[in-house]
Structure formats: structure tokens, C-alpha cells
Design a protein around this ligand. Structure first.
Ligand code: DX5
Ligand code: ZN
Length: 222
């Protein structure tokens, strides 16, 4: 099985101690850091914007995986490309998928497209040859701590087959409800990157312990 990367999402971290929470992910062996930007329009919730992302860039050398849950992402991506390694946007939020991908690349970052649970794979078919990453949302975006929607793993399996058949190099990222109990199923469906929010930032154990548990769950099946 492919090596699966873990991307802690700081959405359920302590926002009063964000720098420490980010360092804990790095020290705990995260592969990259997932940052959820919400605008209160594309999704009801509001989190943080590029100013916070830029400050966090100074405290870690982890790769930044930015998840833009904003309307008209083409008007926002330029604010993130310098601090980010990957900028992901929702195809439901724009009429200009291709232009937005170009803007991200011109800014020097990798470009990813995200699909809500109700959005079919057909929405990104034309982009598959050029995107660096496809993010399959396994929850409805907006909040951490929700349950993974099992039918979305079938979408991941179909996407994996489509990418392999077409010889496309895009990674598949799963976002939403990833836990110790389902991490292996996510990997088996064909994911390369697992976003883990409340399964890493929670009161039950430390960030490092939680990352270790997720790795152990993945190792059992590899
Ligand atoms: C929600 C965000 C997710 C969130 C996942 O819209 O995109 O990245 O942090 O949190 P969990 O892992 O708790 O579902
Ligand atoms: Zn996310």
C-alpha cells in the first residue's frame, strides 16, 4: 500500500495558543499542516485569513496545505501562495476553475481542487491532468468533529481508478472525520493524504500520541 501522509488540521486546536499547537504537530511527526480558511459565506463558519497563516509560517517548517472554503477563491489565492505549499479551493465556489489553478501556480504553490460530498467527480474531470491534488470532502465542510460519510470512500476509490488509468500524478487527500477506526479504510480506498483534525487535537491525548495512534492504525494494513 502507498505511504500515507498525515496532515493535522488546526481547526480544533486551541486558537489562543496556535503557535504552540503548530509546533506540537511538527514535533509529533506530522507530514504537513492543514489550515482551514472559512469566510462565513461559502460555509457559515469563519476561522482565520492570510495574516494568521503568514504568522504561523514563521513558527514551523512544516509544509502548509491551505484549504480555502471561500466564495470566489480566484480573488483570494494570491494572498496565500507565498506562505503555502499547496492551495486547495472548492470547485463549487467558482466559475473559473482553470483560471484559479493558473493563479495558484503562478504564485509558486501547488494547486488542489476540493469536492463537497454532493459534487460529482465529473466536476473536475477536465482538470485532472493538471492538478497536483484532489481533496475529497468526507463531511460537509464548515466544522471539525463530524462523522465521516462512508459513501464518500467509494468516490475516492473511483477517483483513484480514474487517476491511475489516465496516468495522472495528482494526490488524493481525504478531509473530514478521519479517525483511528477508519484511517486504514481511507488508505485502502486510495488516499495519499489524510487530514486529521479532532482525531489529533483533542483532550484525550497529546498531539504526538494521537499521531502515533493514527500511524499505528495505518501500519497494521500496510
Ligand atoms: C472542515 C475542515 C476540516 C476539519 C476536519 O470543514 O475542512 O479540515 O478540520 O476536522 P475533523 O478531522 O475533526 O473532521
Ligand atoms: Zn479542511
Amino acid at each position: 500500500m502507498r505511504a500515507v501522509q498525515l496532515a493535522p488540521s488546526i481547526l480544533t486546536a486551541d486558537f489562543g495558543r496556535l503557535a504552540d499547537e503548530v509546533r506540537a504537530a511538527e514535533e509529533g511527526g506530522a507530514d504537513l499542516l492543514h489550515l482551514d480558511v472559512m469566510d462565513g459565506h461559502f460555509v457559515p463558519n469563519i476561522t482565520f485569513g492570510h495574516a494568521v497563516v503568514e504568522e504561523l509560517r514563521k513558527v514551523t517548517s512544516l509544509r502548509f496545505d491551505i484549504h480555502l472554503m471561500v466564495s470566489k477563491p480566484e480573488e483570494h489565492v494570491a494572498f496565500y501562495t507565498e506562505a503555502a505549499d499547496v492551495v486547495n479551493f472548492h470547485v463549487e465556489a467558482t466559475d473559473h476553475i482553470n483560471r484559479t489553478l493558473d493563479l495558484i501556480r503562478r504564485g509558486g504553490a501547488e494547486a488542489g481542487v476540493c469536492l463537497n460530498p454532493g459534487t460529482p467527480l465529473a466536476a473536475i474531470e477536465e482538470s485532472l491532468p493538471t492538478v497536483d491534488q484532489v481533496m475529497v470532502m468526507t463531511i460537509n465542510p464548515g466544522w471539525g468533529g463530524q462523522q465521516l460519510i462512508p459513501s464518500q470512500l467509494d468516490k475516492v476509490t473511483r477517483l483513484r481508478a480514474q487517476l491511475d488509468k489516465g496516468g495522472h500524478r495528482a494526490r488524493i487527500e481525504i478531509d473530514g472525520g478521519v479517525k483511528v477506526e477508519n484511517a486504514a479504510a481511507c488508505a485502502a480506498a486510495g488516499a495519499d493524504v489524510l487530514v486529521c483534525g479532532s482525531s489529533v487535537y483533542n483532550e484525550q491525548a497529546s498531539v504526538a500520541e494521537n499521531l502515533m495512534s493514527l500511524r499505528a492504525a495505518l501500519a497494521k494494513t500496510s
